[in-house]
Design a protein around this ligand. Structure first.
Ligand code: PXP
Length: 252
């Protein structure tokens, strides 16, 4: 099992999926997500996040193997709640496992997991992962019912889906953006009061990260697509350093 780093301050998990997306667009060996992970480490990331999707559209099985060998940072392994993924996680025992919903036809993880509807199955699903020493987190919408269900199934961590807030911001729907932000704020506090560790992520950019980073209950942000996009213009290291700076400024 891997160790934890960055305790006490807001952690930044850098999601490297879309380095693999660019690689896979040409079926080449580059750009290499493991190289990106090492660079992220040097640039101040506290962890690396990678989603092994059922269709392997970006991260591959061998990427996970190589990440486990190469990383000194903790790996947050995102996966759907399937038997295949559970077996892979149990083989590698990454520091963290984040359970996400997955639909083949979606472009990205569009919503949070429906924990409330699948409580019994998910409770049994996460138990062996917890027993193996992985810190299990559940990716959910900022919804009281889902948070309560995540707590009941014994997950120590939830990750709140910030996609609706970020989309509303990008589309100039300011009233909805503010309402989403308020919902995230209330639900971060609610989850924290239940004893859950609170993470957040999805769609975060330089423009949207501040208000989320300012929530005192949030311990970790997982950010990928924007950083990989910014890497084209300013390089991955500087993009991560700027995100880190904005997170620290918001927190202060
Ligand atoms: N957190 C989770 C659980 C995710 O599924 C994703 C996307 O893979 C992210 C964070 C990162 O989202 P983005 O790539 O939009 O920053």
């Amino acid at each position: 099992m891997q160790g934890t780093t960055g305790q006490g301050r807001l952690r930044l998990g850098v999601n490297i999926d879309h380095v693999a997306t660019v690689r896979n667009a040409r079926g080449s060996a580059y750009p290499d997500p493991v190289r990106a992970a090492k660079l992220a480490e040097e640039a101040g990331a506290d962890g690396i996040t990678a989603h092994l999707r059922e269709d392997r559209r970006h991260i591959s099985d061998s990427d996970i193997e190589r990440l486990m060998e190469a990383l000194t940072l903790p790996l947050n392994f995102e996966m759907a709640a399937t038997a295949e993924m559970q077996a892979i996680a149990l083989r590698h025992r990454p520091h963290a496992v984040c359970i996400v919903p997955e639909r083949r036809e979606e472009r990205t993880t569009e919503g949070g997991l429906e924990v409330a509807r699948e409580e019994n199955r998910l409770a049994h699903f996460i138990a062996p992962l917890r027993d193996a020493g992985c810190r299990v987190s559940i990716f959910i919408a900022a919804d009281r019912r889902q948070i309560e269900a995540a707590h009941r199934i014994g997950a120590p961590v939830i990750e709140l889906h910030t996609g609706a807030y970020c989309d509303a911001h990008a589309e100039g729907r300011t009233r909805e953006r503010d309402a989403e932000l308020e919902r995230l704020r209330e639900m971060a506090a609610f989850a924290h009061d239940l004893g859950l560790e609170v993470h957040a992520g999805h769609g975060l950019t330089y423009d949207t990260v501040g208000p989320i980073a300012a929530f005192p209950q949030v311990m970790e942000l997982n950010i990928g697509h924007f950083l990989v996009g910014e890497a084209i213009f300013q390089g991955l290291g500087p993009a991560i350093a700027e995100m880190r700076r904005l997170m620290d400024a918001a927190r202060a």
